[in-house]
Write a protein of this length. Structure first.
Length: 221
């Protein structure tokens, strides 16, 4: 389908590895000029770094909000510094970006959140808390962006085969047996999903959260 909007540019945060890298690579295959950022280009926990990045990247057609995730920690072990760091990394950093970047009409914003926004996890409580908070902001903003035909899609991965998952899991084979599909998801599956949305000019699916978890979750809505 030919779109009235020409999607030519994308900014993918956390685009140097894992899920972000797979999205960047998939978008490049359809001729999109992708800036795939590493933590050296923008550190979403450091608001000065975020503002510096925005000086050179203040406009795009497609934005992927993605960053590194917190290490697992029990509630009793979480420090004030941990709260402050991830409050910025997973919440204020993304809010600052959206307050200062122009998404061109007909564009897309994809958020990489996590399955833990719907099913909180005792070891990933920081991740559950701040990602759920930002998902609320993203949902509210989807209504404003919709006026300019900009679609907002929250992707909530379960366990995907990336560096982060390899760090989190002790025994991969044993863990895979607990997933209905008996395997981790591949980052390329998320990359191809994002590409398919853009390539096929799918716009009306917005304000949604997409579970990407191989049927691990048990909730219906
Ligand atoms: N993999 C999963 O199963 C899974 C499941 C649910 C949610 N998630 C979440 O989805 C996101 C991506 O996961 P992933 O598995 O692809 O992670 P990953 O393989 O660890 O890659 C993380 C990416 O984020 C960048 N990054 C790290 N810290 C950053 C910071 N402070 N500011 C900006 N960028 C930063 C990294 O850049 P460098 O290369 O410079 O380090 C890298 O490009 C994470 O937030 C993760 O917690 C992952």
């Amino acid at each position: 389908m030919l779109s009235e909007y020409d999607m030519t540019r994308a900014i993918v945060l956390g685009g140097s590895r894992g899920i972000g890298r797979a999205i960047a690579d998939a978008l490049k295959t359809i001729g999109i000029d992708v800036f795939a950022a590493s933590s050296g280009d923008i550190d979403t926990s450091d608001l000065d770094s975020v503002r510096d990045f925005l000086k050179n990247h203040d406009q795009t057609d497609i934005l992927v909000l993605n960053t590194g995730g917190p290490a697992p920690k029990q509630f009793s072990d979480i420090t004030q510094d941990d709260w402050n760091l991830y409050h910025n990394q997973l919440f204020v950093g993304f809010c600052t970006i959206l307050q200062n970047i122009k998404i061109n009409d007909g564009g897309y914003i994809f958020l990489i959140s996590s399955a833990v926004i719907k099913e909180p996890n005792a070891k990933l409580i920081i991740s559950s808390a701040y990602r759920a908070a930002f998902s609320e902001v993203f949902k509210v903003l989807s209504k404003e962006y919709a006026r300019n035909n900009i679609s907002c899609i929250n992707i909530a991965p379960g366990f995907i085969n990336t560096d982060r998952t390899l760090e989190l899991l002790k025994d991969m084979r044993e863990f895979e047996e607990t997933i209905p599909m008996k395997r981790l998801g591949e980052p390329e599956e998320i990359g191809n999903f994002v590409k398919a949305i853009v390539e096929n000019d799918i716009k009306y699916m917005t304000g949604v959260t997409i579970n990407f978890d191989g049927a691990s979750s048990s909730y219906v809505f």
